[in-house]
Design a protein around this ligand. Sequence first.
Ligand SMILES: NC(=O)c1ccc[n+]([C@@H]2O[C@H](COP(=O)([O-])OP(=O)(O)OC[C@H]3O[C@@H](n4cnc5c(N)ncnc54)[C@H](O)[C@@H]3O)[C@@H](O)[C@H]2O)c1
Ligand SMILES: CC(C)[C@H](C(=O)O)[C@@H](O)C(=O)O
Ligand SMILES: [Mg+2]
Length: 363
Amino acid sequence: MTKTIAILAGDGIGPEIMAEAVKVLNFLKTSHGLDIALEEGLVGGIAYDVKGHPLPPETLELAKRADAVMLGAVGGVKWEPLDISLRPEKGLLGLRSALNLFANLRPASIYPELADASPLKPEIVSGLDILIVRELTGDIYFGQPRGIRTLENGERQGFNTMVYSESEIERIAHVGFQSAQKRQKKLCSVDKANVLECTEFWREVVIRVGKQYPDVELSHLYVDNAAMQLVRYPKQFDVIVTTNIFGDILSDLASQLTGSIGMLPSASLDANNKGMYEPIHGSAPDIAGKGIANPLATILSVAMMLRFSLNRADLADKIETAVKKVLSDGLRTRDILGSATTTQYKLVNTQEMGAAVLNALQA
Ligand SMILES: NC(=O)c1ccc[n+]([C@@H]2O[C@H](COP(=O)([O-])OP(=O)(O)OC[C@H]3O[C@@H](n4cnc5c(N)ncnc54)[C@H](O)[C@@H]3O)[C@@H](O)[C@H]2O)c1
Ligand SMILES: CC(C)[C@H](C(=O)O)[C@@H](O)C(=O)O
Ligand SMILES: [Mg+2]
């Protein structure tokens, strides 16, 4: 049966990188019989401009009806003056929450070809393969109360609430343990249990859930130490399970270990593996419109979609092999050039990188 894929390109570099991912999807449709129908929708700043809301009802309806969602990126300077409830980012958060996408898988593994693109020494990062399991629908992102208020003394105060219910922690802990079971059987839970009651509770629940997974070695780190350890000796990690805000920050950090934030895909899944797939990076206003963004994180997100939501691991493998091929052929967008000179590598733009992946797929 035909699977519907919602294509939500969003803002900034979103449409540029999504165009390359769509080419890959259309190629798989015509050449490998992938039975899909792509339907475009508006989200983020562009949706606000056209429809007056970052998540218009028709986009939400499309995302709910679709078998999977591909998202580019949202946000930009243009919409920063807006009230936070109307900002492009609310469109993304609204989708995550409405679709109950509580499990965000952010793999940070390095392609051997990119060992020289990381700011860390090749011996620190080569062979790196970490999976960050980020809780995505709770925490300070969604906790109530929140806002800006005026106190009795007339002073204004901004406030948010970090909150996790037991069932929210349990279900993401299960994802963490089960992910570890499929890998090196090591799970590190990252919290701030020395200061925040919310994550003191997180640790208690993770330890309890862990009793069901005696084959997985469970460890705990405070988030500040985890950030330091990720830079010092990242290969000590297999799977990291953590809260929404800590996972957001640690995954950007981890992206640098692999060479560039332009390389990291993600899957945001509900309890039935319905998912939204997006690069972990944002709309990159500093390079938007220049045609130089790296489309590989988005193309690799297509691979995750094929694996998790469309049950086509064979095609996911093909995409990952094609990406490896273009990197070993020496093609580099600017962000993964590292300190190398262009005589060693071929500096390419967004479209050229997308075309090279298509060529490699066709070979
Ligand atoms: N999932 C999302 O839609 C998402 C994620 C993060 C940030 N944002 C939004 O994006 C906007 C910009 O945020 P930011 O600047 O903090 O983070 P960002 O991830 O957009 O950019 C950070 C840096 O990484 C670079 N970069 C990002 N993606 C790249 C790519 N594919 N190729 C090459 N370089 C790339 C950018 O040029 C920039 O220098 C904000 O409005 C933010 O809220 C959206
Ligand atoms: C844009 C923003 C809401 C989002 C987040 O904080 O989750 C982004 O940084 C991400 O990592 O997907
Ligand atoms: Mg982020």
